[in-house]
Design a protein around this ligand. Structure first.
Ligand code: ADP
Ligand code: GLC
Length: 494
């Protein structure tokens, strides 16, 4: 790269807010490229699949390439590419109806789509073809999660004409190590990759092909979304069988805490809220609280504390612990409000509990961004009992909306929430460590003792509102990492 050229970065991501979202990765992929683009030394674009959810939202799109092809043995070969202008960067959408025009991104509540192996191999290869068609020769390919990881296998093991990617450095970000993309051995030939990659030093993992390993093995650097998680994943408890690999690469493994988008998530302007507020005037927060109580048919004048939770319904998020703790939790004078979608089994357990406690447990099974924002704003406390949490954004949204988080001390939760100390009036929330009912109840109990008790309550809420988790710092950390990567010799053969 010559000295005054801008560094070219491309994000490969399976989801991105506001176009298509199942979780925090979408928020990160929707915000970070924009913040990076503010750096005059960087040119950033992103590539993602054209999911049905994007089509339904009908954003302004330009067709960029009516027909491109991937050269692979798979049945679907052709795709088109649409361009979307996001805030500060362009997004290229890989359109193949057979693979991506579906009700969900990855699977139904009953389970994953059976052809996810083909779908995301296709996406990974099509993304690289898109870059060639655009003549966008990246300095860094920054791929996110297993759905884009296979692009690194293609880069290492296929030859691209003219050494197009010969100088490209590869950064892989793990947003969640538990989702690895595991498929039967035949997927390698179906995806057009050499069979010899079916060995433990490459993509084999306990008899299956592991897409995530392509991200871990073939990258120049690996990052994950909080410093604590970057340490945790090197241990058997959190490493999901990959702790050995990660330990071996620990000199190239970095933990960079996610930020949140302070413009997009702002109680002073959020159009989803019935009233606005700021740290200098919290009156609007009470209006949001009443609206939230009304939404769930609870008495709006009630002074009982409201505990909110917005989450994917997945094992990771601690619902087994929560369900076990519910009888005791709901003996306390509080309202519990949960918004979530995901695994059918968790959904059913929550529905049963809601039938049992209709006067104090409000449950909505849906993906509803508007209601999520009302919960961040209208709750007094926000509960996150996660078994593990790579970063977690919902505790940061809560803090931003003046709501006090009560969280399990793990991963990014540990890096963002600090225990409130009544003696010093410092700290922004409450934490518990053992994954046990008693610990959870004890932390909620501790939190409730300060509810509306002065001088504690005002300070606790203010401490949260004064936190700064904006993207600027993390974007600078990524820029530093990209710059460092360019000083390392390029490792691949294409
Ligand atoms: P994860 O990515 O593991 O799901 P994060 O805390 O990083 O967890 O991000 C979750 C994101 O998804 C947040 O933006 C949150 O508001 C959103 N979210 C999760 N479940 C829902 C839901 N049912 N409705 C609306 N938004 C949701
Ligand atoms: C993953 C993690 C979550 C993290 C998000 C964004 O989905 O589960 O903890 O905040 O990615 O990085």
């Amino acid at each position: 790269m010559n000295a005054d050229a801008r560094m070219k970065i491309v994000f490969l991501t399976p989801e991105m807010a506001p176009l298509a979202k199942t979780g925090g990765l979408a928020d990160v992929a929707g915000a970070l490229p924009g913040y990076l683009s503010r750096n005059p030394r960087l040119e950033v674009i992103a590539v993602m699949p054209f999911h049905r959810e994007v089509r339904k939202k009908n954003p302004p799109l330009k067709q960029r390439f009516p027909q491109l092809e991937v050269k692979w043995p798979g049945q679907e070969k052709s795709f088109s590419v649409y361009e979307f202008q996001a805030d500060g960067f362009r997004v290229y959408l890989v359109d193949n109806r057979h693979y991506f025009d579906r009700d969900y991104l990855y699977g139904t509540p009953e389970g994953d789509y059976p052809d996810n192996g083909q779908r995301f191999a296709f996406f990974s290869l099509a993304a690289l073809e898109t870059l060639r068609a655009l003549s966008f020769k990246p300095d860094i390919i920054h791929a996110h999660d297993w759905q884009s990881a296979l692009s690194f296998a293609y880069l290492r093991h296929l030859r691209f004409p003219d050494g197009f990617f010969a100088e490209t450095r590869l950064l892989f970000t793990i947003h969640n190590l538990a989702y690895q993309g595991l498929f039967p051995p035949e997927i390698l030939t179906q995806a057009g990759l050499p069979e010899r990659l079916f060995n433990p030093e490459d993509l084999e993992f306990y008899g299956r092909v592991n897409y995530l390993k392509a991200g871990l093995f073939y990258s120049d650097a690996i990052s994950t979304v909080s410093p604590t998680y970057s340490q945790e994943i090197q241990t058997p408890e959190f490493g999901c069988g990959l702790e050995g690999v990660l330990r071996k690469r620990s000199d190239r493994l970095f933990g960079i805490l996610n930020g949140i988008d302070y413009q997009e998530w702002n109680p002073e302007t959020d159009p989803a809220l019935p009233a606005h507020y700021s740290k200098n005037d919290l009156a609007g927060k009470s209006v949001c609280r009443m609206e939230l109580l009304r939404y769930f048919n609870f008495p709006v004048e009630s002074t009982r504390p409201v505990v909110g939770l917005v989450s994917r319904l997945a094992g990771q998020k601690g619902f087994d612990l929560l369900v076990k703790s519910l009888d005791d939790l709901l003996k306390k004078e509080l309202y519990l409000i949960i918004l979530g979608t995901g695994e059918a089994e968790i959904q059913n357990l929550l529905l049963q509990a809601q039938n049992k406690y209709p006067d104090r447990f409000g449950l909505k099974i849906a993906f509803d961004d508007r209601l999520a924002r009302l919960i961040y704003a209208g709750s007094d406390f926000f509960l996150i009992p996660s078994r593990y949490e790579p970063c977690g954004l919902t505790q940061m949204y809560s803090l931003r909306y003046g709501t006090v988080p009560v969280v399990r001390s793990t991963g990014g939760l540990k890096d963002t929430v600090s225990e409130f100390n009544p003696a010093t009036l410092r700290g922004n929330g409450f934490l518990f460590q053992p994954y046990q009912t008693e610990a959870l109840l004890e932390a909620v109990g501790r939190a409730l003792t300060f509810y509306r008790k002065e001088p504690f309550w005002s300070r606790l809420v203010a401490n949260g509102l004064n936190c700064d988790f904006s993207w600027e710092k993390s974007a600078e950390d990524y820029f530093q990492l990209y710059s460092r990567m360019l000083t390392w010799p390029a490792a691949r053969s294409s």
